[in-house]
Design a protein around this ligand. Structure first.
Ligand code: NAP
Length: 257
């Protein structure tokens, strides 16, 4: 499939998990991909996979909580590929996991700096460019935790709730200017983040058996579909991978039961 062949897509947190799978899927569909992680060298496997499939990508070091690093990631993208069509704000952390009274205030603030301020930083850095060119797509990776509190996840739930509102606020300001914004909740996915969650033993998500988690290729497919014009009707919304209509339109099989 080469439906994204004219697109340049930046994926944050692309060294592993959902971001890595998304980078590989996007490149397989023809997009030129910028894979970002705190240390670019962590993206070497992803770049190798993309290269082996005949795709084009490069990696950048970018801590999304640092605005100047995010600005540089966007300017590097423009320098190398000449444009940017899509930003996937995927980088995220779950820590600190713990009851509020036990959490370290610095770790709590760090979570918000990465999960929420990081999303703001990405949007802030691309929006002017998107306005100039009259189009652009932003995909913010959200979570069911944005809408339901889970014990031990006060920072994660609060940050993702902020991301949900950031999607709406951005759509409110930018939707009329040709910018498509999506929130996307990927379900419970078999990644390092879930290894960390299982090890904590706190709340019902940590008790889910690994075999019940979905593979990262499923949200990757959905993210790639959101990059295409076919997803226009959902612009401005937060979509959950469990939504049957969304699954069908993005080509994912219906869930059983
Ligand atoms: P993961 O396997 O832990 O990967 C997280 C990615 O984010 C890594 O590439 C990591 O790269 C990067 N990252 C972490 N801190 C960063 C920072 N400050 N700046 C730049 N990159 C950073 O996590 P995942 O499960 O794939 O999660 C991806 C997204 O999906 C997150 O937003 C997460 O909240 C969301 N999500 C996941 C699940 C799930 O079940 N897995 C469910 C709902 C939502 P480096 O460490 O190499 O920098």
């Amino acid at each position: 499939m080469s439906d994204l062949k004219d697109k340049v897509v930046v994926v944050t947190g692309a060294s592993r998990g959902i971001g890595a799978a998304a980078a590989v899927e996007l490149a397989a569909r023809g997009a030129r991909v910028v894979a970002a992680a705190r240390n670019a060298s962590a993206c070497s496997d992803v770049l190798e996979q993309i290269g082996n499939n005949g795709g084009e990508a490069f990696a950048v070091s970018c801590d999304v909580s640092d605005y100047s690093a995010v600005e540089k990631m966007i300017s590097d993208t423009l320098e190398r590929f000449g444009k940017i069509d899509v930003l996937v704000n995927n980088a995220g952390i779950v820590d600190p996991i713990g009851m509020i009274e036990d959490t370290d205030p610095e770790a709590w603030a760090r979570n918000i700096s990465v999960n929420l301020v990081g999303v703001y930083n990405g949007i802030r850095a691309v929006l002017g460019k998107f306005y100039d060119q009259g189009h652009g797509t932003i995909i913010n990776i959200s979570s069911g935790a944005a809408h339901n509190p889970l014990e031990g996840w006060s920072a994660y739930c609060s940050g993702k709730a902020g991301v949900y509102m950031m999607t709406r606020a951005t759509a409110h300001e930018a939707g009329e200017k040709g910018v498509r914004v999506f929130g996307f909740a990927p379900g419970v996915v078999d990644t390092d983040m879930q290894v960390n969650i299982r090890a904590s033993g706190i709340n019902r998500v940590s008790q889910l058996p690994r075999e019940n988690l979905s593979a990262a290729k499923d949200p990757a497919q959905a993210i790639a579909w959101l990059c295409s014009e076919a997803a226009d009707e959902f612009a401005g919304q937060e979509l959950d991978i469990r939504n049957p209509e969304f699954r069908e339109k993005s080509g994912l099989p219906a869930l059983e039961g």
